[in-house]
Structure formats: C-alpha cells, structure tokens
Design a protein around this ligand. Structure first.
Ligand SMILES: CC(C)(COP(=O)(O)OP(=O)(O)OC[C@H]1O[C@@H](n2cnc3c(N)ncnc32)[C@H](O)[C@@H]1OP(=O)(O)O)[C@@H](O)C(=O)NCCC(=O)NCCS
Length: 226
C-alpha cells in the first residue's frame, strides 16, 4: 500500500466554510450551535476566517479538508463583531429555527453567555475542534494545535480557555490533559449536561508539543540506524 499524503495545515479560506460545516455537523452531533443549521454555521465560519479576533485553521489532505480548529483571540470581540457585521443575515438564517424552543434556548444562551462567564476567564478561547472520523487518531488534531499555539504565541497570548468538553468525551479529555491543560471548573450546560472548562498555559503547551516532536524524531533516527 502506498503511504498516505501528509496533512497540510493552513488558515481557512471563505470557500472552506461548507466543508467545515459538513464536518462539524457530522462529528459534533451533540453541538447546540451546529443544531442551528448549515446556513447559520456557514455565515459564522466565514466571519471567523476573516476576522482579526478569530483563528480558523484547516488540515487538508489531497485537497480535501479533513479537520478544523476554531479559536478566538478575544471571544467577546469576535462575537460582538459578528453581530455588527452579520447580525441581520444571521438573524434571517436563524428565524425559522426560533420556532423550536430548544433552538431558541441555544440562541438566547449564545447572546447572554459573555455577561455570565467569570470575569477572570482567559479572553482567548478554543471554540470548536473536529476531525473527520476516518482521520481521527492520526495526529491531525495535534498538528492543528501546534499551529494554533504558535499563532497565539505570536500575538502575545499566554493563556487560553477551552470552552466546553463533555465530561464523558474521553478522546477530548485525554487530548487536552495530554497537552498539559488543567481543568478550570466543571459546569452545567443546557439541561443538565456537565462539561469541563479547561485552561491552557501557552508556553507550557509549546514545551509539551516540542518534546513530542523531539521524541518522534529520535525514534525515527533510532529506527533508521538500527
Ligand atoms: C478530539 C479530536 C479533535 C482529537 O483529534 P485527533 O486528530 O484524533 O487527535 P490526535 O491523533 O492528534 O491524538 C492526540 C492524543 O489525543 C488522545 N486521543 C485522541 N483520540 C482519542 C481516543 N479516541 N481515545 C482516547 N484518546 C484519544 C490521545 O492521547 C492521543 O495521543 P496518542 O494517539 O499518542 O495516544 C478528535 O478525536 C475529534 O474530532 N473528536 C470528535 C470531536 C470532539 O470531541 N471535538 C472536541 C470538542 S469541541
């Protein structure tokens, strides 16, 4: 069997929005945001890709988007700018959804989240992260994270929050714990769902990721000389 093409990591472009939305809806099946439908998600993804307050990277193989990572340098500013720039279009995309009490509750929570969040929470945040099922556990999530950590460091960000990870989501909890993230608190989100909110120290995470690359390189060297 021929070896697979490696993943390339790059900033997302506007035309990647539908592929990102497709992955999110498939992989993040529990997400209340993605439950609001593809039209709203596409507007949001295009905004984040274009905003100086946001960060949206994709992992691509053979020109196909295989995974994505969404972050914010300042989540409050990112969403305020979204409302100002796209509020009307997003409102029209959401209008039919508001007939459902569950979806109306999601929109209400989205609009009231920031005043509720503790004031000393980091402003920088990971908002969404997903890899196509066939590419999971092959290092793409880690590669997207290395790129993200470098981009935060370039902007002088030292601390970030990882919004909400279901306490039972073993893959994600292990992923973040393995990178040295610590649990800031567990809180209830929507009808009794308990989630972990993580805090990441960027310099520590960079060290962990660099050590992993060094271990892999020395393993490859060992294999080559033996
Ligand atoms: C969580 C997720 C983004 C990780 O991406 P990934 O590309 O699969 O992760 P990697 O291959 O880089 O794995 C890095 C480490 O994470 C942990 N991990 C990843 N998947 C795991 C799984 N299914 N079970 C246990 N640990 C897992 C392991 O510690 C792994 O290191 P190892 O393979 O050396 O043991 C991916 O599994 C995913 O899309 N999950 C569904 C969506 C989701 O939960 N998103 C996060 C919440 S928004």
């Amino acid at each position: 069997m021929s070896p697979r093409t490696p993943f390339a990591i790059r900033p997302a472009r506007a035309e990647d929005a539908p592929a990102i939305t497709e992955i999110a809806i498939e992989v993040l099946s529990w997400s209340r945001i993605y439950d609001l439908g593809p039209s709203f998600a596409n507007i949001l993804h295009r905004h984040i890709a274009a905003s100086e307050h946001g960060l949206l990277s994709v992992g691509v193989r053979d020109e196909e988007v295989m995974g994505f990572l969404i972050g914010a340098f300042d989540a409050k500013l990112l969403f305020r700018q979204f409302l100002l720039r796209h509020g009307l279009r997003a409102g029209l995309a959401l209008a039919p959804q508001l007939l459902s009490p569950r979806r109306a509750a999601t929109v209400f929570r989205g609009l009231t989240y920031f005043p509720e969040a503790p004031a000393d929470d980091p402003g920088a945040e990971i908002l969404s992260f997903a890899i196509r099922p066939e590419a999971q556990r092959s290092g793409l999530g880690t590669a997207l994270f290395r790129d993200l950590v470098d981009r935060y460091a370039e902007r002088g960000t030292n601390r970030l929050k990882v919004g909400t990870i279901d306490v039972e989501n073993e893959a994600s909890n292990r992923f973040f714990a393995g990178l040295g993230a610590t649990i800031l608190r567990s809180e209830t989100l929507y009808s009794g769902k308990l989630v972990n909110v993580y805090q990441c120290d960027i310099p520590t995470m960079r060290e962990v990721l660099e050590a992993r690359v060094a271990t892999r390189r020395s393993g490859e060297l060992g294999a080559a000389v033996s």
